[in-house]
Design a protein around this ligand. Structure first.
Ligand code: NAD
Length: 292
């Protein structure tokens, strides 16, 4: 049993903290939302009154926060608190690579080990404990984080040095955004050419156009597996979050001089869709905008 401080008990963090408690860990949970704290308590975590209180005596601190600014603020609170230098900091939020490197460097300066460990898989996977973690940090740090992450996921993969977990995450999600848009376009073109969507799915899902967006997350209602398309595009992975990740990818591409025209086009389309008031819909709903 490890004493773990868990900060950020939202859509994702709530289920993740519950799975750590279920695995027998002593989970000290904190969130700014009282509702989230109440849910964590019901799931077997011990609710705490502040970041510092949760971190007191913790052997590991897991954070699952919206963006880099929140992570930087919480890490500031952690460094100001009586956090043991023997504790490991595991940030599972999706944030920009530069902030991820900055906070792990700030931790290192205090003699504290930190890893970036963003996740793939949505709220369902967070609740079921079947997330994929991509971890940036030293071999030694990965070895320490691995058993904790394994209690919340089906795969824990070492990406490389600090920051590479976030790099893998934003590159993956840029690919996901672009393939989703392309999959929607292909369905619409096939439809205009007189193909039944189910027939196109049956052909393309076993042909060279196949992708996860097609086979596992089909954007057309009633076609393929059960997806948010079958539920009015509710739940799933929000357009606003996809847009956030595409913007992180665009910023990283600009910083590094990488040419990512498909990622940029996907970002532009999702920006327009979010501005039209659809930020809360699942990202596969972009097909409704392309349909016009
Ligand atoms: P969320 O907004 O539901 O949860 C974030 C939680 O952090 C909230 O409960 C909020 O109150 C809390 N918080 C914010 N600032 C805090 C502070 N200073 N101290 C304590 N708590 C604080 O977001 P989410 O959907 O759980 O996503 C979390 C992260 O996971 C994001 O970076 C997101 O991009 C990433 N992610 C989300 C999904 C998904 O499907 N939702 C999938 C993969 C990755």
């Amino acid at each position: 049993m490890t004493r773990i401080a868990f900060i950020g008990l939202g859509n994702m963090g709530g289920g993740m903290a519950a799975n750590l408690a279920k695995a027998g860990h002593d989970v000290r949970a904190f969130d700014l939302s009282q509702d989230a704290l109440d849910r964590a308590k019901a799931a077997g975590c011990l609710p705490m009154a502040s970041v510092g209180e949760a971190a007191d005596g913790a052997e590991a601190v897991v954070t699952m926060l919206p963006a880099g600014t929140h992570v930087e603020a919480v890490y500031g609170d952690l460094f100001a608190a009586s956090l043991s230098p023997a504790a490991i900091l595991i940030d599972c939020s999706t944030i920009d690579v530069a902030t991820a490197k900055r906070v792990t460097e700030a931790a290192r300066a205090k003699g504290i080990t930190a890893v970036d460990a963003p996740v793939s898989g949505g709220i369902g996977a967070a609740n079921a404990g079947t997330l994929t973690f991509m971890v940036g940090g030293s071999e030694e740090a990965f070895g320490r984080a691995q058993p904790i992450l394994a209690a919340m996921g089906k795969a824990v993969i070492h990406a490389g040095a600090n920051g590479t977990g976030q790099a893998a995450k934003i590159a993956n999600n840029m690919l996901l955004g672009a393939t989703m848009v392309a999959t929607c376009e292909a369905f619409l073109l096939a439809e205009k050419l007189g193909l039944d969507p189910q027939t196109f799915f049956d052909i393309s899902s076993v042909s060279s156009g196949q992708s996860w967006s097609m086979t596992s997350y089909c954007p057309v209602p009633g076609v393929g597996p059960n997806t948010p398309a079958d539920h009015g595009y509710q739940g799933g992975f929000a357009t606003a979050l996809m847009l956030k990740d595409l913007k992180l990818a665009a910023a990283a591409a600009s910083d590094t001089g990488a040419d990512t025209p498909m990622g940029a086009k996907a970002a532009e389309l999702y920006q327009r869709f979010a501005e039209a008031g659809h930020g809360g819909l699942d990202f596969s709903a972009i097909i409704t905008a392309l349909r016009g």
